[in-house]
Structure formats: C-alpha cells, structure tokens
Design a protein around this ligand. Structure first.
Ligand code: SIN
Length: 302
C-alpha cells in the first residue's frame, strides 16, 4: 500500500484528498455518509464577519458535465460558526480548513483573526467568489488588490494561509506570485468560472442573479492547465481543484504539480465520492508502483 500521507504547509494530512469548500456546510451532513477521518481534510463553507442569507433563488443550475451556482456566501457569520460549527469540525480526525471571504480588507482581517484565536489547521482565504457585489472575486482578479489583502491578512493570521484563486483572469500565475510575495503559504485553484445558463423558451436566465460560477467535470481541463502554470511559477504548495470525480482525476492534478486535491461538485453527484477517490488514488499509486502520494507531485513529463 502506498504511503498516502502528505505534509501541507507543515500540517500532516492523512492523504491528499480534501473536501472543497461550498458543496456542503461544515461537515455534519457529509459525516452522515462518510467516515471523514478517511480524508485529508475538509474546507468549510465560506465564512464572513457577519451572517449572510446568500442570494435569492434559483441559485443552482445544472449544465452539461457541471453546475453553475450563485449561492452568494450564505453562512452564519464567524461568531456563530466558531460557537456552533467549528467544534464539530475539530472533533473530526481530519485536517480542518476554514474558508474565509469578505467585502473589505478589514472584514477579511477581523474574520481571520477570530478564526485563528479559535484554532484550526489552516485558513483558505477566498478572494475568488464571483457571486457577491463588492469584495470576493474583485480582490482576486488582479495582482495588486490580491497582494494587498494578503499583506494585511498575513499580519493577523497565525495559521498557515492558503489563498483561493480565481480562474477569471488573464494570468493566474502572476496573481499566484503576487500572493506568494506577500506571505501566502499555499494557493488553491481554481474557484468557479463566471458563467450563465438560460431557458430558450422563456428567454430568461435560469439563475435569479443571471450569472454564477461554473464547476464540475466541464472545467477540469482549464483547472489542470492553471494548476500546471501556477506550480511552474511559485515555490509554495499548490492545491488543485476543478471537476475532480475520480482518483485518476486527482492523480492528474498531482502530476501537474498539486500537492493536494480538493473535491467539490462531485459531492453533489455522489456524497460518497471523496472516500472513493482516496481509495482510487491509492489503487492508482499501487498499480503504478509509486511508493507515496508525495512522489507523484509535479511528475509531468514534457
Ligand atoms: C458562493 O457562495 O457564492 C460560492 C462561493 C465561491 O464561489 O467562492
């Protein structure tokens, strides 16, 4: 059996497979289906300083090989999260990542400070949500604001800091380098691609917000390309996501340079998918005679 353990920014994970933020809340619903200690980690739904009801519905549209969401960061706010949800996440024998979003630099800093005081394994700073007005992706689509928010958050963040990047940019490697330069410990990519779906008969958009973010197998080739480009450009670890539904998908991301892999939309199709993907990745490593998951990282032959 291959050694599946990996070290991500000093945090020992059981294996490289992490449940991605946004396709569940804080782990309780997924714990009903899975032994979450079988995973490398889970990343919470995006948390903001104050509670958010999210966007009006409809806010999910199924598309060929994917889905578009415009959820709008529905969450209970950081204080209720710390009181009601974080203790459950921390009771699981898996890596605990808290995904933090915001509309201003101050909001990001306050939320991160509170989470760090409460304790977790890692922060995932979400500068790539396409579904909120002001903030979110606005920080992640050019290097200067991305670097600016990371610089301020770094001052208050006592945990490993991973920054979640947007694919809705011309040069994702430049953004990755900018956040690395301000002290990010890792980057995760990709968040969703800006997209829309319409009904030709009603001539109306499916989503109330008109636009949302596309995820699922449809985006995997774009995500692989970006993970490869970013891993060539930075020295910090890259966590890859975008359409992973099998262990072979996870292996492809690792070959392109990802030290760990997140699984998102697959959870909506099959709530057991993450544990299956761990087993499939293990089988792949054994079949290929590769002794450890870490050995696979960045082995693309070009
Ligand atoms: C959302 O809540 O709108 C999705 C989160 C994200 O895309 O980062």
């Amino acid at each position: 059996m291959a050694d599946m353990k990996i070290n991500l920014c000093g945090v020992e994970l059981n294996n490289p497979i992490i449940m991605a933020s946004g396709t569940f809340g804080f782990g309780r619903e997924m714990a009903a289906y899975n032994d979450l200690s079988r995973l490398g980690g889970i990343s919470s739904k995006g948390i903001t300083r104050n509670p958010r009801p999210g966007n009006p519905t409809p806010r999910i549209a199924e598309t060929p090989s994917g889905c578009i969401n415009s959820v709008g960061l529905e969450n209970p706010g950081v204080e209720k999260f710390i009181e009601r949800e974080l203790p459950f996440m921390k009771s699981l024998d898996t890596g605990v990542i808290v995904n933090v979003s915001g509309s201003s630099v101050e909001e990001y800093c306050e939320t991160v400070e509170l989470v760090c005081a409460a304790g977790a394994d890692m922060i995932e700073l979400n500068i790539s949500c396409p579904n909120i007005k002001g903030g979110g992706m606005a920080f992640g689509t050019s290097a200067e604001p991305a670097a600016g928010v990371v610089k301020e958050v770094r001052k208050v963040c006592t945990l490993p800091l991973m920054v979640k990047l947007s694919p809705n940019v011309a040069d994702i490697a430049a953004i990755a380098k900018a956040v690395e330069g301000e002290g990010a410990d890792a980057v995760s990519l990709i968040n969703t691609l800006s997209a829309m779906a319409i009904d030709a008969r009603t001539r109306r958009p499916i989503l109330k917000q008109i636009m949302g973010g596309l995820s699922g197998p449809a985006v995997k080739p774009v995500a692989l390309r970006m993970v490869y480009q970013v891993s060539q450009a930075v020295k910090i670890p890259v966590v890859g996501l975008g359409g992973v539904t099998t262990g072979i998908d996870a292996a492809e991301f690792m070959i392109c340079g990802a030290s760990a892999v997140m699984v998102g939309t697959a959870n909506l199709m099959d709530p057991y998918s993450c544990v299956r993907i761990v087993d499939e990745l293990n089988d792949y490593l054994d079949e290929m005679g590769i002794g450890s998951a870490a050995e696979l990282v960045g082995t693309l032959m070009v």
